[in-house]
Design a protein around this ligand. Structure first.
Ligand SMILES: NC(=O)c1ccc[n+]([C@@H]2O[C@H](COP(=O)([O-])OP(=O)(O)OC[C@H]3O[C@@H](n4cnc5c(N)ncnc54)[C@H](OP(=O)(O)O)[C@@H]3O)[C@@H](O)[C@H]2O)c1
Length: 241
């Protein structure tokens, strides 16, 4: 049975990834901050997918000690993941000149430092297998300067840099790395939006695409996925496009 670790699995893209991997028989480890959401998730998975091992852990990935403890607990109580999906992330709008203090640090710690620390904990074990796969949740904000999403963009540019470096570093070990760069995807990140549903990527379609890339990568590494809503990019400056 293959094992997948997905950070931030209680909502949005992470929740859809759990659904597709669980329905294909994968054992799954996940984490999030909200204990009640995690307990509900454990119940839902237990009812629907009776034959998989599901490991849920409460932690705040933005805290270095928390994310390291999570990684160590995964190795001890769940096993070495065949697939790591660095998914957990936050989005708080703002501009460089007007963002309140700590917004920058919050984005950096949640969206990039968490992936760096967790990957470092798992890599020594994953390398021994000479096999494996890592998806890093980047964004079109990793390649486009969206004004109004300043610290988010900075953290996602950094995530793409991290992901590219990881790809180079892991070539000799047979571990594939893919940077996933979706545009606006309808999840709780967009709560309260007045935009119509058809301006967004469907999170189930995105999760299914990632599953397909994972399943169909034998002789190749899909290094980057750029996915945009059918009608094109959405940001605060072109809502009506
Ligand atoms: N939605 C989009 O338009 C879009 C586009 C491009 C890229 N992305 C990226 O895709 C990833 C998932 O986004 P999403 O829209 O699915 O987000 P979401 O619906 O807000 O879900 C985020 C998940 O991550 C968890 N999480 C957030 N901060 C955490 C923390 N500090 N510690 C532990 N868990 C944490 C949340 O649970 P708790 O809140 O309970 O912790 C939740 O399970 C993110 O990296 C995001 O930047 C999203």
């Amino acid at each position: 049975m293959s094992k997948v670790l997905i950070t931030g699995g209680t909502r949005g893209i992470g929740r859809e990834l759990i659904e597709i991997f669980a329905s294909n028989g994968f054992d799954i480890a996940t984490c999030s901050r909200n204990e009640k959401d995690l307990n509900n998730l454990v119940k839902e998975i237990g009812v629907t997918f009776k034959n998989i091992d599901f490991f849920a852990y409460q932690c705040d990935v933005s805290k270095k000690n928390d994310i390291i403890n999570f990684g160590e607990n995964v190795l001890k109580n769940f096993g070495i993941p065949d697939l790591l999906i660095n998914n957990a992330g936050i989005f708080i709008p703002g501009t460089i000149s007007t963002e309140t203090d700590n917004i920058f640090e919050t984005h950096i710690n949640t969206n990039i430092a968490s992936a760096y620390h967790l990957t470092r904990i798992l890599l020594p074990e994953m390398k021994k297998n000479k096999n494996g796969f890592i998806f890093n949740m980047c964004s079109t904000a990793s390649i486009t300067a969206y004004t109004g999403s300043a610290s988010y963009c900075i953290s996602k540019f950094a995530m793409l840099g991290f992901s590219k470096l990881l790809r180079e570093e892991l070539k000799p070990y047979g571990i594939k790395v893919c940077s996933v760069m979706p545009g606006a995807t309808l999840t709780s990140s967009w709560e309260g939006t007045s935009l119509p549903i058809d301006r967004f990527i469907n999170s189930k379609e995105l999760a299914d695409l990632m599953y397909s890339v994972y399943k169909n990568s034998n002789s190749m590494d899909v290094e980057e996925l750029i996915i945009r809503p059918l009608k094109g990019d959405v940001n605060e400056n072109n809502y009506n496009n």
